[in-house]
Design a protein around this ligand. Structure first.
Ligand code: SF4
Length: 265
């Protein structure tokens, strides 16, 4: 595939994460935005390839070369995070990447941000079990809101996501966190979300609200970028304001007894 972007690296950042410090992003998808969801708030814009296909999207050797090149610069890094141009667990060779990076920098913890659509798949879980922390996305507490906010590939349901998280919980020794995006569309089902969160019982829950407008086209620079606004067309997203976000945080804390983080507190 011809490369239309100047940035040809599968490793990006490090970007400052408010939770994890300096986070170096690894992009196991890379060529174009590819995900089993097409979330209405995605920082990548509308996903170019919405698919549930697990395959090798970029060779492990390229990721490891890009990683070695970046760490030569001696930039402080606290954590490695698999994320990037879509859903990282769709990469069949993710486990090889994790092993390769661990061999080069064993002291760095490795995390993933995943939409959890493929945790029901034994081979995908086998890859993820190599990580130190798994952050799963859960934005909806019913199938209708799930479809409206996450716009999944055909056949992917909230039930499947929850089943996958349950399987993962039984096998994974590291920490599991839940990340939920709050927008006016899913603000109304807090009771149901609290019940699901209690059942999952993660180590922590991270509440987010969209930080940037929605890009109207795919640019590789969209990966991991929360600060810079590039010169391309964007659309504003409907957000819950800070006051409401704090109320949601308080209510979820009270209803679940879990540790809830948000950008606001
Ligand atoms: S799961 Fe992540 S990458 Fe995929 S569409 Fe949603 S926000 Fe974008």
């Amino acid at each position: 595939m011809t490369n239309k972007f100047p940035n040809t690296k599968t490793v990006y950042g490090p970007v400052k994460s408010w939770r994890f410090g300096m986070s170096l992003g690894i992009d196991p998808i890379f060529e174009t935005s590819t995900c089993s969801f097409n979330c209405i708030y995605c920082q990548l814009g509308s996903i170019e390839v919405v698919t549930d296909l697990v395959k090798e999207y970029v060779p492990t050797s390229k990721v490891l070369e890009d990683f070695k090149e970046l760490i030569k610069k001696d930039i402080p890094i606290d954590v490695i995070t698999y994320s990037g141009s879509g859903e990282p667990s769709l990469a069949l060779n993710l486990g090889e990447m994790i092993d390769g990076i661990r061999e080069i920098k064993p002291e760095l913890p490795q995390y993933i941000l995943t939409n959890a659509t493929h945790l029901v798949d034994d081979s995908v879980r086998k890859n993820l079990l190599k990580l130190d922390k798994i952050i799963v996305k859960l934005d909806a507490s019913n199938e209708e809101t799930f479809k409206s906010i996450n716009r999944p590939a055909p056949g992917i349901t909230l039930e499947r996501v929850l089943e996958g998280i349950e399987k993962l919980k039984k096998e994974f020794k590291g920490e599991i966190e839940v990340q939920s995006m709050f927008m006016p569309i899913n603000d109304k089902h807090l009771e149901d979300l609290a019940l699901l969160l209690k059942k999952i019982s993660p180590n922590a829950v991270q509440l987010n609200t969209p930080k940037r407008p929605y890009p109207l086209s795919w640019h590789r620079e969209n990966r991991g970028n929360h600060e810079l606004i590039f010169d391309y067309e964007v659309r504003d997203l409907k957000k819950v304001d800070e006051k409401r976000a704090l109320e949601i945080q308080d209510q979820l804390e009270e209803k679940t007894g879990l540790k809830i983080y948000s950008v606001y507190r």
